[in-house]
Ligand binder design. Structure first.
Ligand code: HT7
Ligand code: ZN
Length: 870
């Protein structure tokens, strides 16, 4: 397939000022009538007599009229409807028939659990009607929905409800109007039987907004937390960004079958039920945290995405990177900045860094694509958010707010570009921001290397910084990028140390590295310093510092920057795990450092839980060349066992001192305590078969699981019991299934936990689970619970004989036949085969080749598998 190029962008030949849609809903024969008022784009008037080309897929065209006259002189292909000659201004009416029940792609209009639902981003609207279907085509919508009353009491679309009424034959209708111009990817329709939770909020200008969350019948109480998160998000966006909601009604609908997390359709967000429904007995603290952040994310899109949208899909990061940055800011304010930052960076490193160093690496603003669905990536979202964060660090919070105000004011109601975003920073500062554009256009993670020279006589410290970015596909040469480096100094004992920079006394400072290398001299440095570089992870780079190991221990002990304190522990753990032979002194030192942190009264529970978390196997893989998954798994496990044996008393003591709260609260403090208790239990169990109070700890874990009054502790108990390979673990799984067999979201966890388990029989178990009556590849949540969890399970997936890869290939091909978007997401685990040791490398490559050689492959899967092999 021919890629679409950013350099080919051209404004549309036609504009659609108004869009009127009539839906006559029927499961297999829905009729959609579209009345479009179309004008030739003024930019081309007189100079252009381009044909009208509308996009449409899987549509049965019934009729076309132009200004009321039937048209028969048109050309139809599988993807387009073309009218060769049209006036400069006209009304076009088309009527099509579609089959929502048969639509398993979950794009366009589809049926899920007996309900109609739409998903139009990125290019799903063309599966509903013939349309321009591009994000810079802004139009005002009026939508009439007609359906049987029985089974479809709620008929929802964007904007304000103008009218409802009964019709003959047990049918009824609803008429909706959205007063805001919007691109068609923000169109939504939902119809069906639903329970609704209602609330309201008065905005900063005193307007009352009705808030409604629609859920499966009987699930209303499980949407209370989402409603609470929504109200907090709305207030936060007013307080922090000055953004007020604009319609009188905001609706959210939870659906079971969804390709992604959620969708920000104007005034009618659609959510994957797993990211909306929560109660203590079925949702973990991680679920609560995720729900809070996704509710905020989709709501924040109302300004960053909907009011100001993207000119073309190459600018996707304009809305996604900015909105992720905004939702991260919200979560940090709700749950604590240090802990939130550590979690965000962990996620960035787990997903974006590998992407950026593999064959699928692409700039945050790509320059070409085959299927835009393949570009909803960690690079666009998470690295995109990091760039906004760097801009904020660079200009400071007050100027950042001015720039954002300017951006929203000058681009409201338009489809903008990343240049427009940077122009707002230029407008309020008067500076040139073009060097920052390179963060958007250049792929790859920069490596930042730091060396230092201390002169004890003059008390001066010279820091030398160098940056380099490795080539990525299509970009052999790399430029230096502006890198904000926040730093401080410590003493050898881990105490804070002041210094003077340019005559100003400071405890912390910000240096902007603009070139390939630079030096910085600090004065009045009284003691030989320990460097604390890249505090708060001020730039998305890989940092290396030339220093003795004792310096990392000093930061682990006392860095006042919590991020770098955690980072020091991660770095030390990584060095220990990846060494060929265990260094007992280092392990002792690490255990002492960890013990000190656990006993430190000044650290909160959530932070302690994080600092106990060893680098994941995929994190460790990024520091090993070539990657040997078995070596990593063995060494990580051995180190955890060694820590368990050394710290058993302390860990057990702390665990027993943390009594579970009488009543459940999902707030950050309570969640932090549960996280710590579960992490302690897990560490205790890690040494159980090497004698760390063997039976006692196993019984403790089983009791923890059995008596848990919330899902977080149940899962915590189960995860700890995974250290035991047989009975108690298997009993716990059976108890879990029996208790929750009627709760689909919990059964997803049951599948995911087993697929993520490191036992040697995991692949066999996963294969058996793929035949389980509750397994359904057509339900994306269930499929991802089993297959994605397995592909993320480094030790089980990377079986030396390639059997894990074979399983993945079978699954991808099966799902690709009906849901290419979801299938394509699981090509990525095979893509970095070149950096693996043998026999993994050859087997991964073979698996990719099997995919590319399969007949009838979707464009989505073909694009990624081909790029991976290129
Ligand atoms: N903007 C939304 C993206 C999305 C999506 C993209 C492709 C296919 C299906 C999809 N569902 C939702 C979600 C967001 O980032 O807010
Ligand atoms: Zn988004």
């Amino acid at each position: 397939p021919q890629p679409i190029q950013l350099s080919d962008y051209k404004a549309p030949d036609f504009l659609i000022a108004t869009t009127e849609l009539d839906f006559d809903l029927a499961p297999e024969t829905t009729r959609v009538t579209a009345r479009l008022t179309i004008t030739r784009n003024a930019a081309y008037l007189g100079a252009n007599d381009a044909p009208l080309v509308l996009m449409g897929e899987r549509l049965k065209l019934l009729s076309v009229t132009l200004d009321g006259q039937p048209v028969t002189d048109y050309t139809l292909t599988d993807e387009t409807l073309t009218l060769a000659s049209v006036p400069d201004s006209f009304t076009l009416e088309t009527e099509v028939e579609i089959n929502p029940l048969g639509n398993k792609t979950l794009e366009g209009l589809y049926m899920s659990s007996g309900r109609y639902c739409t998903q139009c981003e990125a290019e799903g609207f063309r599966k509903i009607t013939y349309y321009l279907d591009r994000p810079d085509g802004l139009s005002k919508y009026r939508v009439r929905i007609e359906a049987p009353k029985a089974g479809f009491p709620h008929l929802l679309s964007n904007g304000n409800l103008l009218e409802t009424g009964d019709l003959d034959g047990g049918k009824h209708y609803a008429l909706w109007e959205d007063p805001f111009f919007k691109p068609c990817y923000l169109f939504a329709l939902v119809a069906g039987e639903l329970d609704v939770l209602e609330d309201s909020l008065t905005t900063m200008s005193g307007r009352k907004v009705e808030l409604k969350i629609y859920v499966d019948t009987g699930m209303r109480d499980r949407s209370l937390y989402a409603m609470d998160a929504l109200k907090r998000s709305m207030l936060w966006d007013e307080q922090v960004y000055g953004r007020e909601y604009d319609l009188d009604l905001f609706m959210i609908v939870a659906v079971r079958d969804f390709n992604f997390g959620a969708m920000e359709n104007k005034g009618l967000n659609v959510f994957n039920a797993s990211l909306l429904l929560a109660d203590p007995t079925t949702a973990t603290d991680m679920d609560y945290e995720r729900i809070e952040s996704v509710i905020a994310h989709e709501y924040f899109h109302n300004w960053s995405g909907n009011r100001v949208t993207c000119r073309d899909w190459f600018q996707l990061c304009l809305k996604e990177g900015l909105t992720v940055f905004r939702d991260q800011g919200f979560s940090a304010d709700q749950r604590g900045h240090a802990v939130a930052r550590i979690k965000d960076v962990r996620a960035l490193r787990a997903r974006q860094f590998p992407e950026d160093s593999g064959p699928l690496a692409h700039p945050v603003r790509p320059s070409s694509y085959v299927k835009i669905d393949n570009f909803y990536t960690a690079t666009i979202y998470e690295k995109g958010a990091e760039i906004v964060g760097m801009l904020k660090t660079f200009v400071g919070p007050a100027t950042y707010r001015q720039a954002l105000d300017h951006y929203f004011a000058t681009n409201d109601g338009t489809a903008a570009t990343l240049e427009d975003f940077l122009a707002a920073f230029e407008a309020v500062t008067g500076d040139d921001f073009s060097p920052w554009l390179q963060w958007y256009t250049q792929a790859g993670t920069p490596r930042l290397h730091v060396t230092s020279a201390y002169d004890a006589n003059s008390k001066t410290l010279t820091l030398s910084f160098t940056q380099a970015t490795a080539p990525t596909p299509g970009q052999p040469e790399k430029s230096a990028l502006p890198i904000p480096i926040r730093f401080g100094l410590l003493t050898a004992e881990g105490e804070k140390q002041m210094f003077t920079r340019d005559g100003i006394l400071a405890a912390e400072s910000l240096f902007i590295l603009r070139d390939a290398s630079a030096e910085l001299t600090l004065n009045d440095v009284k003691h030989a310093p320990v460097l604390s570089i890249l505090r708060h992870f001020s730039a998305p780079v890989v940092l290396t510092v030339e220093e003795p190991t004792s310096h990392a221990f000093a930061r682990f002990k006392g860095d006042s920057d919590p991020f770098n304190r955690w980072e020091a522990a991660q770095g030390l753990a990584k060095a220990i795990i990846l060494s060929e032979t265990p260094d007992e002194d280092l392990i002792d030192g690490f255990a002492q450092g960890l013990e000190a942190s656990l006993l430190d009264e000044d650290l909160d529970h959530a932070f302690k839980a994080l600092i106990m978390g060893l680098p994941t196997e995929s994190d460790l893989a990024q520091s090993l060349s070539p990657i040997d998954p078995a070596f990593i798994h063995r060494n990580r496990k051995a180190f955890k066992t060694a820590l368990s044996l050394r710290l058993y008393e302390t860990v057990h003591g702390l665990y027993t001192s943390l009594t579970p709260a009488e009543t459940f609260s999902p707030d950050a403090d309570a969640a932090g305590t549960r996280a710590l208790r579960n992490a302690l239990l897990d560490l205790m169990l890690a040494g159980h078969n090497r004698g760390a109070e063997n039976a006692t700890s196993v019984n403790l874990a089983f009791r923890h699981f059995e008596t848990a009054s919330n899902m977080t502790d149940m899962v915590g108990g189960l995860v700890a019991l995974m250290h035991v390979q047989d009975r108690p673990y298997k009993d716990a799984l059976d108890i879990f299934y029996a208790r929750f067999k009627h709760e689909p979201l919990v059964i997803d966890k049951w599948f995911a936990l087993q697929a993520g388990c490191a036992h040697p029989d995991t692949l066999a178990r996963v294969r058996t689970l793929s035949q389980h009556p509750d397994f359904d590849a057509k339900t994306p949540n269930r499929w991802r619970a089993l297959v994605q969890s397995f592909a993320n399970n480094q030790s089980a997936f990377h079986a030396p004989d390639g059997s894990g890869y074979d399983f993945l290939v079978d699954q991808v091909l099966e799902v690709d036949a009906f849901n290419p978007m979801t299938a394509a997401r699981l090509v990525e685990p095979l893509s970095r085969y070149r950096v693996y040791a043998e026999p993994y490398r050859t087997n991964m490559k073979k698996a990719l080749q099997t995919i590319t050689l399969s007949p009838d492959l979707s464009k989505n899967v073909l694009e990624l598998a081909t790029k991976a092999l290129a």
